[in-house]
Design a protein around this ligand. Sequence first.
Ligand code: MYR
Length: 131
Amino acid sequence: AFNGTWKVDHSENYDKFMEQLGINVMKRKLAEHDNLKVIIEQTGDKFHIKESSTFRTKEIDFTLAVPFDYTMADGTELSGTWELDGDVLKGKFNRKDNNKVLTTTRALVGGDLVQSYNYEGVDAKRIFKKQ
Ligand code: MYR
């Protein structure tokens, strides 16, 4: 039921989270208004994601529990996995440049898609509405 087209509606503590990642203030200001849209197509344990924002468009394929690489919009490279824990997608990624861990979850909350992020003690959320 993650399937669909999701547009970011608002974010919580996202600026602090990006600051913790080392992203500079100019990029953070742009990223706050990135109009992120994520199209999720799940077939069994395989996911096809179309990501689009003011920064780029990108397609990502992954299989649950199988490691894959992902490059963030600022160019930071990650490697890790998504797993399904009940109704919650749980992602655990390592930055390739410093090996530090970034965790993220996706869950449906009252019809919204809520993505949480954690990096080095800082939590953030982005709330997406279905289109
Ligand atoms: C996906 O499922 O959409 C692809 C894998 C996502 C990996 C984790 C994403 C963390 C993004 C952090 C954004 C930082 C701000 C530039």
